[in-house]
Design a protein around this ligand. Structure first.
Ligand code: 5RP
Length: 216
């Protein structure tokens, strides 16, 4: 049970953590779609969503979507990842929702990351690191990313929910995720980078053949 079945198993384990009457944070992607599908019947009062796609799916299932500005904070945020290491630091943003994901993660007391076993890595960076940039800064940031040793590739035909571009950075072996996350945050024109190391997950649920493994 890898792939889709592993994603679903991790997502259903996360759905069991949703407290009745609570407002939760909801991420983006195919693993989170399984989580959203498992929400009906859990008496979830509403969700702050990290993307238009997740918002649409939540509404289809009758779960109210709240503006982030309407809530003081969130007890629980559930989201997937493209890669996760043993410190529960992640690369995210394969779906391009990294900025809103980072905001909702920061608003939340507890970040539960749901993945299938293929997402676990020793060193982050085999998955190209997404960096959301203001369109005017695309070339400048591209040169800066090359200076840092990466090979940035513009995600063709893609605009984020915030109206920006994504550079996917290939060829990075990220030995110090916190340091790189900070360095990228410091580049003018970078909106968000897909490293979630300063605020890692609090709980990792890994769906695989053996069931669901919890890592804290
Ligand atoms: C979207 C994300 C997703 O969590 C990440 O891409 C994993 O997606 P999936 O669950 O489809 O494998 O960060 O921006």
């Amino acid at each position: 049970m890898g792939g889709e079945a592993g994603k679903r198993a991790a997502a259903e384990a996360a759905a069991a953590l949703v407290e009745a009457g609570s407002v939760i944070g909801v991420g983006t992607g195919s693993t989170v779609n399984h989580f959203i599908d498992a929400l009906p019947g859990r008496d979830c009062r509403g969700a702050v969503s990290s993307s238009e796609a997740s918002s649409a799916r939540l509404r289809e299932l009758g779960i109210p979507v709240l503006d982030a500005n309407e809530v003081d904070g969130l007890a629980l945020y559930v989201d997937g990842a493209d890669e996760v290491n043993r410190h529960l630091q992640m690369i995210k943003g394969g779906g391009g929702a990294l900025t809103r994901e980072k905001i909702v993660a920061a608003m939340s007391d507890r970040f539960v990351c749901i993945v299938d076993a293929a997402k676990r890595v020793g060193v982050l960076g085999a998955f190209p690191l997404p960096v959301e940039v203001i369109p005017m800064a695309r070339s400048f940031i591209g040169r800066e990313l090359a200076r840092l040793g990466g090979r940035p590739v513009l995600r063709e035909g893609f605009t984020t929910d915030n109206g920006n571009l994504i550079l996917d950075v290939h060829g990075l072996e990220i030995a110090e995720p916190i340091r790189l996350e900070r360095a990228l945050n410091d580049l003018p024109g970078v909106v968000t980078n897909g490293l979630f190391a300063l605020r890692p997950a609090d709980l990792l649920l890994v769906g695989s053949e053996g069931g669901v493994e919890r890592v804290e």
